[in-house]
Design a protein around this ligand. Structure first.
Ligand code: AMP
Length: 215
């Protein structure tokens, strides 16, 4: 099963993706995580992407498309995948269509996660992420704190606030979302695989996907 998760930063795409991975055994493909790993590793991609990410702007489409076409051809994507944070522009969505055509794949569910803006700002400023790039576990100081403050439960590395999760960066990311990514909702609205789900909690989105794909 191939799924696209749409929604503003902090709408819960990562949480929904985690549940879907557990249920269907298909990988979550997060372009944000891939870029952050490249930045940490000092890879050429990371060097090109870092400035855009810190400012809360989108990385140029060409960089993203190159990594995505390769990623979708990995063995672990044969049984399906969950796209989290891609596509982010109508240009990326057009290119994704072409890539899927070349790879003879189709999308089964395009899920738009809806959450009010004040909830998003609260969620993102209270988020902490494991600094170990191989782990990247996510916590929330109010709703999902690590057992020991500032230390990852899974691997023991320090948990940190991401550079792009300060209030200023978040407001910029939301402005970028409204300008560049929200138009994707109109792009996909008439697709039979498109659904919208409220995402204060992840369960309604999971239920909506299950009713759509009949499992
Ligand atoms: P995320 O964790 O998905 O919010 O991504 C963090 C940052 O990575 C974004 O603010 C962008 O700078 C960059 N990024 C992630 N995915 C994309 C994408 N599909 N296109 C362009 N930039 C992206």
């Amino acid at each position: 099963m191939n799924i696209i998760l749409l929604g503003a930063p902090g709408a819960g795409k990562g949480t929904v993706a985690e549940l879907l991975t557990a249920r269907y055994g298909i990988p979550q493909i997060s372009t944000g995580d891939m870029l952050r790993s490249a930045v940490k590793a000092g890879a050429p991609l990371g060097k090109k992407a870092e400035g855009y990410m810190k400012r809360g702007e989108l990385v140029p489409d060409a960089l993203i498309l190159e990594i995505m076409e390769a990623r979708l051809q990995s063995d672990d994507c044969r049984g399906g995948f969950i796209l989290d944070g891609f596509p982010r522009t109508t240009g990326q969505a057009e290119s994704l269509k072409k890539i899927l055509g070349r790879l003879d794949m189709k999308i089964d569910a395009i899920v738009n996660l809806e959450v009010p803006e004040d909830v998003i700002i609260r969620r993102l400023t209270s988020r902490r992420t494991c600094s170990n790039t191989g782990c990247q576990a996510i916590y929330n100081i109010f709703t999902k704190p690590s057992k020991k403050e500032g230390v990852c439960d899974k691997c023991g590395s320090p948990t940190v606030q991401r550079d792009d999760e300060t209030e200023e960066a978040i407001r910029q990311r939301l402005a970028t979302y409204a300008e560049k990514t929200a138009p994707l909702i109109e792009f996909y609205r008439n697709d039979p695989a498109f659904i919208t789900a409220p995402s204060l909690k992840p369960e309604p989105a999971i239920d909506a996907i299950e009713s759509l794909v009949g499992r």
